[in-house]
Each structure stands twice: as C-alpha cells, then as structure tokens.
Design a protein around this ligand. Structure first.
Ligand code: FFO
Ligand code: GTP
Ligand code: MG
Length: 461
C-alpha cells in the first residue's frame, strides 16, 4: 500500500538525552494509542491536535511498562508529511528507543525507507522535489553559508525561479498555439521574430545566469578542492597544519618528508576547503617518494585552487618555474614562506611569474601571514561581494544537468527561428525545455527516478 503507516527512529543512533520514534500515516494515532497510557488517562485520539502529552509506553501483550515518554500528536494535513503524525519522545539510548520502535512495528506500522517521510511530504504536495533535496543538503551542510543556501532552496527560492521560467515558456507556447492575428505584422514569420525571440532569449539568459552560480554552489556543498604544491621542504605540510590549526601532517627538516597525499576539510571564513598536502615535486630516485610525486601531479589536475609554496630563503629554481608552468591557467595563490629567514628570492621575479595571481608572504614557523592568506582565499571565492540574502545557488548535479539540457533545447529553438524552420519544430524544442525544467521541481518525473532520489536520504528523514 502506498500510504500505509510508516515509522522510524528520527534521531541519530547513540546515547543522547532524547530520541524520537516518528510515525506517519492513516493509522499513526491508532497504533500509538494502543501503546500509550497517558498520565491524564485520556486516550490519544481524544486529544487536541498539536499538543504534547506525558505518559508511559505499555506492552499491550504483557502489560509491562516499557518506557516513560512524551508524545506529540499532530493531525494532518498541517504536518510535515500532511498525514497524521505522532512523535514518541523516548529517553535517549539505543535499547530504549529500539524497544519502542519494535512495539510500534508489532502493532501495525511498517519500517520507513530512507527519506520516506520527506518523500511523503513531496507526494502529498507540501514541498516540491528541489525543496525535498534541500532538506538533505541542510543536514549535510558543513558551513553557515552552505546551510543558508540549503534553507533558501528549502523555502522554495529555486522552485520559484524555475516556475517563473516555465510560465514564460508556457505563455510563449500559447502565443504560437493560438496564432493570434497581429494586424501590425504582415506575415507569421515576422511576428514570430518580433514576439518570440526576445521572450525565448530572456529565458535562455536566466537559465545561463543560474548555471553560472553552479560552480560556487557545488563548492559550497562539496568543498573547494585545494592542492598545496611546492618543492620539498618549503613548508607545505606546515601550511596545512596552520590552516587546520592542528599538527596533522608530519613536518621535518628532511626534504621528502611527505610521501603520500594527505586530505583535510577546513572552513576558511565560510569557504569550505578540501585541503590536499602533496609530496614535494622534484626529480627523485627514491621509489616511494617518486610514487608520491606522481600522485601529486595527478591531484593537480582535479584542483579548483592551487596554493603554491616557495622558499623566501632560497633563489627561485628551475623546478619552481616548472611548477608555475604546470599550473598556468588555474586559480592560484602564491605563498612565499620562511620570511623570518634572510630573503634570497627575487620577489620581482615571483610577481612576474605570478601573472596577476595573488602573492602572500608568510612565516609559518612564527605564525605570521596566515590572516592575509585566509583573506586571499575568501576574496578569491566571494569576489562578487555576494550577499547572504540573495544567494540562489544551483549546487545539485541533477539540477545542473537538467538546466544544461534545457539551455540546449532553448538554443535549438532559437536556431530554428533563425533558420526559418516550421514553427512546430520550434514548438517541440520549447516544450522539451519546459519539461526539463519541470524535472527540477519534480513535475513530470518517473516514479523509479523519484524512488532512487529519496533512497539517498537518511533513515528517519
Ligand atoms: N520534532 C520535530 N522537530 C523537527 C521536525 C520534525 O519532523 N519533528 N522537522 C522535520 O524535518 C523539522 C521541522 N520541519 C517541519 C516542516 C513542516 C512542518 C509542518 O507541520 N508544516 C505544516 C504547518 C504546520 C502548522 O501550521 O502548524 C504545513 O506546512 O502544512 C513541521 C515540521 C525540524 N524539527
Ligand atoms: N625558518 C622557517 N622554517 C620553516 C617555516 N615553515 C616551515 N619551516 C620548516 O621547514 C621544514 C620543512 O617543513 P615542511 O612543512 O615539512 O615542508 P614540506 O614542504 O611539507 O616538505 P616535504 O613534505 O618534504 O616536501 C621544517 O623543518 C619546518 O619547521 C618558516 O616559516 N620559517
Ligand atoms: Mg610535507
């Protein structure tokens, strides 16, 4: 049955003050009532909606008291799922909450699949698909900004934009369909040009604007892949340790200390970084070190940001210049480290090689310059001086793929108009674009796809 009563533990497994067993569905109140003895002696179904009650869970078979609880009663449709919802607040602890769950299962509820509560909120029309996906992003958010983006999407900010675009496409399609007679135009072709092209181009531009936010959105969710590179012994591992405020990577004065690639997540002024420390890149005979160097070259390819470390105490070498070459075209911050030692590097030359990318000087040993570096990282990322309020980042790869496809269909429509193709060809492309946008918010979606999406959620959500 599609809308049978489901249940799950909705709080994390482990010891805590309180744990919640949630029920949703037609029989939620009836099932909970079989197990609950309220202090007031009132039965659950007699109670007012959206109230909470103290009492005990009693095993109906043995009449034994199983738990001391508080029960929240929420009648549909004003609930998370739009169905009747009951939440049993147990003592936190794996045994107690599982006992209550078992009783609920034995008395007529079915264990929910991961994401099934949210899926019901979607199927019952309280939220659309992009809002449901945002619920998941919210739980996984690693920074305040990522959380704000998810909240915006959950409140329907992206949905609203998508609906607006679909509406415009629909109106354009209606124009074509009705084929209204415009006396100011001599023929149909002239009319389509003057009326359709601006409208379709407007939709195209708005889709492209949304797509432009996608790289930032994705970074907010997944972290900016940041790779620290440089010759051996310049202070790469020291840099990682400074940024994460922890002595995670081994630091010694022996060149070639770091052999493997080390990864750490860190939040620099709201920018989540996935920091990667690498083996110093140099020609080497040592097999182990050489494998490390090979790996360093590999991670370079997938980096969003490079932190190139140089040694202030030494002149630039051919190897340094090779590194500059290897990263040309990538977002880079150059760090001239060991400023506590005498300067032997030519800063002029560094600035020239840097080619307008920021250069920061540090003494990691004396903990100097880290502020400037953090500043450089955040200003690189938030260069558009973004306000937290108006962020409509598209960060979900499913959404990005659909927007790209919709954009292609729109381009085809425009080309069709340009090349004087029959108007029904243009109609097909516009309709396709309208459908693709619909998939973002979950209109016109296959059931199997919906199931697959929700199965990626947490149990109990
Ligand atoms: N105990 C508890 N806390 C929780 C949740 C929950 O399910 N249970 N939530 C789960 O994620 C989040 C809150 N999200 C919610 C979203 C919508 C509704 C809801 O009932 N919406 C109704 C309006 C209710 C009213 O008007 O009072 C609606 O939109 O119709 C409830 C919770 C976070 N905290
Ligand atoms: N004087 C001075 N020494 C530093 C500074 N930063 C790092 N060092 C020292 O330089 C040496 C190498 O530092 P690491 O961080 O291990 O260098 P690395 O680039 O990771 O080296 P490999 O892993 O071998 O490639 C250590 O002895 C550090 O203490 C600095 O700002 N000033
Ligand atoms: Mg190292």
């Amino acid at each position: 049955m599609e809308f049978d009563t489901i249940t799950a533990i909705s709080t994390p497994m482990g010891e805590g003050a309180i744990a919640i067993v949630r029920l949703s569905g037609e029989e939620a109140i009836e099932i909970a009532a079989k197990l609950f003895r309220a202090k007031s002696n009132k039965r659950l179904w007699e109670m007012t909606s959206h109230t909470i009650h103290y009492g005990h869970i009693i095993d109906p078979k043995t009449e034994e008291t199983v738990e001391e609880v508080m029960i929240s009663l929420m009648r549909g449709p004003n609930t998370f799922t739009r169905e009747d919802v009951v939440e049993i607040n147990c003592h936190g602890g794996i045994v107690s909450v599982n006992r209550v769950l078992q009783l609920v299962l034995m008395n007529g509820a079915r264990l929910a699949e991961p994401g099934e509560f949210t899926k019901r909120a979607f199927l019952n029309g309280r939220i659309d698909l992009s809002q449901a996906e945002a619920v998941m992003d919210l739980i996984r958010a690693k920074t305040d900004r990522a959380m704000n983006v998810a909240l915006g999407q959950m409140e329907g900010r992206l949905s609203k934009l998508i609906r607006g675009l679909r509406q415009e496409l629909l109106e354009t399609l209606a124009h074509i369909e009705v084929n209204i007679d415009y006396p100011e135009y001599d023929d149909v072709e002239e009319m389509t040009h003057h009326l359709l092209v601006p409208k379709v181009e407007n939709v195209k531009n708005e889709i492209n604007n949304l797509l432009q936010t996608s790289s930032q959105g994705k970074i907010l969710r997944e972290g900016l892949s940041t790779v620290i590179i440089g010759r051996p012994n310049v202070g790469k591992s020291s840099l990682l340790n400074s940024l994460i405020h922890e002595n995670k990577a081994i630091v010694t004065d022996i060149p070639g200390t770091t052999r493997d690639v080390i990864e750490e997540y860190v939040n620099v002024r709201g920018v989540p970084l996935k920091l990667v420390d690498t083996a110093g890149i140099r020609e080497t005979e040592d097999i182990v070190e050489r494998i490390g160097v090979e790996k360093s070259r590999e991670v370079l390819k997938s980096a969003d940001l490079i932190l190139l470390v140089l040694n202030n105490n030494e002149e630039l070498t051919v190897e340094d210049e090779k590194l500059f070459e290897a990263i040309s075209g990538m977002d880079t911050i150059i760090i001239v480290n060991k400023t506590d030692l005498p300067t032997n590097i030519s800063i002029e030359k560094v600035k020239q090689l840097a080619n307008n990318q920021p250069v920061v000087t540090t003494s990691l040993l004396q903990e100097e310059g880290i502020d400037k570096l953090e500043e450089a990282i955040s200003s690189l990322f938030f260069s558009g001086a973004l306000e937290a309020g108006d962020m409509t980042y598209v960060s979900n790869s499913r959404h990005i793929a659909l927007l790209n496809q919709a954009s292609l269909a729109i381009n085809e429509a425009l080309e069709g108009i340009e090349n004087h193709l029959p108007i029904d060809m243009v109609q097909i492309d516009l309709t396709r674009s309208w459908e693709l946008l619909g998939e973002i918010i979950g209109d016109s979606m296959h059931e199997s796809l919906i199931n697959q999406l929700f199965s990626q959620f947490c149990l109990g959500k």
